[in-house]
Design a protein around this ligand. Structure first.
Ligand SMILES: Cc1cc2nc3c(=O)[nH]c(=O)nc-3n(C[C@H](O)[C@H](O)[C@H](O)COP(=O)(O)OP(=O)(O)OC[C@H]3O[C@@H](n4cnc5c(N)ncnc54)[C@H](O)[C@@H]3O)c2cc1C
Length: 531
């Protein structure tokens, strides 16, 4: 009996010791996991579980048809590298494509403070005096004043500002790089300032969707296509008020890292996805909703790729370069984000080639004859490229969509959602991000208009009309997507190798830490190794 009790006591003591060891091990595990989560350079202990090499390697080999498209990944990569990318890179440098019209109502904005209307210039002088008594003023006005103050301090002379219709926008730019450099009046093409040919100059406001806009279509659809302002049911921008518009040179304002992040940026993306294009579930059968989600996700991937490809690596020395870790973390390690990028690229490419007749005949007139001829000729090379036509004749087949019974209501619903996304771009709190956000969403809206709102069997009377800014946005968007696809193709494997190296390095470090912990436990005689 005594012997049995002694045996049980021994087992209890040994169990208690093991429990202690187990507790210590769990504590160390948790601490390691927490510390690696908070340290961006470290790879989490659980990284391998979720991204095991075997599983991710296979899924990252993008082969076969791009989902819902009519062209495979390999062909997209080769035709992009060989034809599209070089052509587009040059095309967007021509004067016609490098100037983009943006809203410039900053100078005319009046800020209402205590029932007083102040012009913007006076508003800043008044600002400091009232900011202390802020509680007494309507909270929205205070938000806006603070936003204006931040923006003003961040980049003096900010002008690219249209009102955010959803909430007081908080102008969260961190770097000077988030501001946009506008063109002086003398720089942008004289012809851009003129009203469209054939229309009386004081009729500009009346053109949008109004009877006056019905230009002679026979003439229009044959040889000459003047640029005119016609409504796009997919976008939110009203560009008819030309006095409030100005031009920016896109070549001087590249899309790249700006430091715009945190709650302001997060709020935009959250609103875009949760309110306007929620991720479809695997059982979702509505193709059109899937398309909207994939277009936005593809655009988001492209923006992230550009941020990572042109990143401020060292602020103190102003060193810019590629941030492969960021590219991997935001896009490459999510196969669906990469797939959506390819999808968006093919969708926009299809829109451009579908509008070939229109784009071929359009006027690329900026007053610089040689450059305009070059733009026209490159446009033709893009639209009728034999290699592209042979390799990928129909990048995306829009005829498969909008076949259901509830088509008109569904189209209206999706148009409304896209218009909301378009309006949300005015809430982007950093100028340069807003410029590119607005341009690319306008480009997507133009692609949607080309594919779904004209020359459709359901709308036989609709003839394609594009605004100059829509064409500029469409082509620049295609160029951005083409760059992203090229970067993903080139960087994909090297980034994976580097990240793979980091994982193995981190794993090796972690193994050696574990060995030290293990050795100490043995040293403390808390663990007994079997003989
Ligand atoms: C319109 C717009 C333009 C911007 N332009 C720039 C710019 O030019 N330069 C710059 O430095 N910053 C820009 N930003 C900010 C940038 O996009 C990020 O928001 C910021 O860098 C913070 O990144 P994040 O890691 O928090 O993730 P975010 O990119 O903000 O993503 C937020 C969430 O969306 C989801 N998500 C991310 N990518 C995808 C995807 N491809 N598909 C589906 N879901 C996804 C994820 O759940 C993620 O957590 C822009 C933001 C917006 C809204």
């Amino acid at each position: 009996m005594v012997m049995v009790e002694a045996e049980i006591g021994k087992k209890n003591r040994s169990w208690k010791r093991w429990r202690w060891v187990l507790g210590a091990v769990v504590a160390v595990l948790v601490a390691t996991a927490v510390s690696s989560r908070h340290s961006p350079k470290k790879i989490s202990l659980f990284f391998n579980d979720h991204n095991s090499c075997t599983c991710s390697k296979d899924s990252r080999k993008y082969t076969g048809m791009v989902e819902d498209c009519c062209c495979d990944y390999e062909t997209v990569d080769s035709i992009n590298a060989e034809v599209l990318h070089p052509l587009l890179q040059e095309l967007v440098t021509t004067p016609f494509f490098r100037y983009f019209k943006v809203c410039n109502n900053e100078s005319k904005r009046k800020v209402k403070i205590e029932n007083q209307e102040l012009p913007k210039s006076e508003h800043f002088r008044y600002l400091e005096s009232i900011i202390t008594t802020a509680e007494e003023i309507d909270v929205n006005v205070v938000h806006r004043i603070k936003a204006g103050w931040l923006k003003w301090r961040c980049a003096s002379g900010v002008k690219l500002w249209c009102d955010c219709p959803f909430w007081p926008e908080d102008g969260m730019c961190r770097l000077r790089d988030c501001s946009v450099c506008e063109c002086p009046e003398t720089e942008f093409p004289e012809i851009f300032k003129k009203p469209p040919r054939g229309l009386p100059s004081d009729d500009l406001v009346c053109q949008e969707g109004k009877p006056q806009a019905t230009v002679d279509r026979t003439l229009d659809s044959k040889a000459f296509r003047g640029w005119m302002e016609v409504d796009n049911p997919w976008t939110n921008d009203d560009e008819t008020d030309n006095s409030e518009m100005t031009y920016v040179n896109l070549q001087l304002n590249p899309e790249r890292y700006t430091g715009y992040a945190g709650p302001s940026a997060r709020r935009i993306w959250d609103a875009v996805y949760s309110e306007n294009c929620p991720k479809y579930s695997s059982g979702e059968i509505c193709q059109e909703k899937k398309v909207l989600y994939k277009l936005i996700s593809g655009l988001h991937s492209s923006i992230s790729i550009h941020i990572a490809a042109d990143y401020l690596l060292d602020e103190s020395t102003n060193l810019w370069g590629k941030n492969l870790e960021l590219m991997h973390d935001r896009v490459l390690r999510y196969p669906d984000r990469v797939r959506n990028l390819y999808f968006t690229f093919l969708f926009v490419l299809r829109a451009v080639t579908k509008a070939a007749d229109y784009l071929e005949q359009a006027e690329y007139d900026t007053g610089n004859h040689a450059e305009d001829l070059k733009a026209q000729s490159m446009m033709r090379q893009l639209l009728y490229n034999p290699k592209l036509q042979a390799a990928c004749p129909l990048p995306f087949d829009e005829a498969k969509l909008w076949q259901g019974q509830s088509e008109p209501e569904l189209k209206q619903q999706i148009q409304k959602q896209f218009r909301n996304i378009s309006a949300l771009m005015d809430c982007v709190g950093c100028e340069k991000c807003r410029l590119w956000g607005k341009l690319q969403v306008l480009g997507l809206g133009t692609a949607l208009k080309i594919l779904f709102s004209v020359n459709d069997q359901n709308y036989p009377d609709q003839i394609l009309h594009l605004q100059r800014n829509e064409v500029i946005a469409l082509v620049n968007l295609l160029n951005r997507l083409s760059e992203s696809v090229k970067l993903v193709n080139e960087m994909g494997s090297s980034t994976e190798n580097i990240m793979g190296g980091l994982v193995s390095k981190a794993t090796a470090q972690e193994i050696s830490s574990w060995r030290r912990i293990w050795d100490s436990l043995i040293g403390l005689r808390l663990v007994k190794l079997p003989l």
